[in-house]
Design a protein around this ligand. Structure first.
Ligand SMILES: O=C(O)CCC(=O)C(=O)O
Ligand SMILES: [Fe+2]
Length: 322
């Protein structure tokens, strides 16, 4: 089945200016895509093509360096929140290497000397992706009928945002495991993904895996658990998408993404969305949830069945006693 089942949405009314009707149409299209699929692609998103291309190219160059050079830029500490170069295949089921930065003010960012310009480029891409994420968060705010700016104010600190550049090695022999990232849902409010043209991202919907075909110039956006948490926050109205990455045989794959999360928050279905319906999730600390997820990844690689997810906080429907 074609990956084009997931809509490609032009958000220029928000990035380049548009009238109220055009904006309303975008809000409806994005909201419906999030409610149905939890994933869509955006064009005219305000991130210049050359910024995206450069980001992918820098990671291509960096990942080709010898291990000795790359390991100079490992995270400075063993903390679960980290920045720098990590060969994920050594610590998790993920068959990829990555370079991660967090908000420029976080105080623990690691930036490589080489290739020259990588640092500036990561910071530029980070700032562009953050801006687009805030725009999309605002669109979802309006789709859910929340007061203007409510989500932005709720999720008001950018210090936990992060961005990783990924490199997936092409499987070398036909028997090699081809999964790059196992089936999961993101712990972000939303994820904005830069995909190169290789493909490999797949979404689980209606009992089958559907490829998300990369579209030239588009960014892929997906909803994460906390927004489902907007299913916690949204009390179930927006879908946190189940996805994985399959490593295309014979082709290295490069991607990158910006996260949008705030760690210090107490999460629960927003009161405005539980007036006429019972909350589907109990409240929890977002920090505790995130730490458990990171531990799953780093210390005790989990399976989809054992992973700590938003469902750990789901309120089961009460059984009526007869
Ligand atoms: O590389 C990708 O396309 C997606 C990676 C991903 O889903 C993740 O790391 O959470
Ligand atoms: Fe993901």
């Amino acid at each position: 089945m074609s990956g084009l089942v997931f809509p490609i949405i032009d958000i220029s009314p928000f990035t380049a200016g548009g009238n109220e009707d055009a904006k309303k149409k975008v809000i409806r299209t994005i909201g419906d895509a999030c409610a149905k699929h939890g994933i869509f692609q955006v064009i005219n998103h305000g991130v210049p093509d050359e910024v995206i291309d450069r980001q992918l190219e820098y990671m291509r160059t960096f990942s080709a360096y010898p291990d000795e050079e790359k390991s100079k830029w490992k995270p400075k500490t063993d903390d679960l929140f980290y920045s720098g170069y990590v060969d994920m295949s050594k610590i998790s089921q993920f068959k990829k290497e990555e370079f991660t930065i967090n908000h420029p003010d976080c105080g623990y960012n690691v930036y490589p000397d080489n290739p020259p310009g990588f640092r500036e480029d990561m910071l530029e891409t980070f700032s562009y992706l953050s801006r687009t994420a805030v725009i999309i968060e605002g669109i979802l705010n309006d789709y859910l009928g929340l007061p203007p700016g409510y989500l932005k104010q709720y999720n008001n600190e950018r210090k936990q945002d992060n961005m990783s550049s990924f490199h997936y090695l092409a499987p070398k022999d036909p028997d090699e495991e081809i999964i790059g990232v196992i089936s999961h849902r993101d712990s972000t409010i939303l994820t904005i993904l830069i995909q190169d043209g290789t493909g490999g991202l797949e979404v689980y919907e209606d009992g089958k895996w559907i490829p998300v075909t990369p579209t030239e110039g588009a960014l892929t956006v997906n909803i994460g658990d906390p927004m489902q948490a907007k299913k916690v926050l949204s009390n179930g109205k927006l879908k946190s998408v189940e996805h994985r990455v399959v490593r295309p045989v014979g082709k290295d794959r490069y991607s990158g993404f910006g996260h949008l999360v705030t760690i210090d928050k107490w999460m629960e279905p927003l009161p405005q969305l539980t007036i006429n319906e019972a909350p589907k999730y109990k409240g929890f600390s977002f920090g505790e949830y995130t730490l458990k997820r990171l531990k799953d990844l780093r210390d005790s690689p989990s399976t989809p069945e054992t992973a700590h997810t938003i469902n750990s906080y789901a309120i089961q429907p009460k059984v009526t006693e007869v």
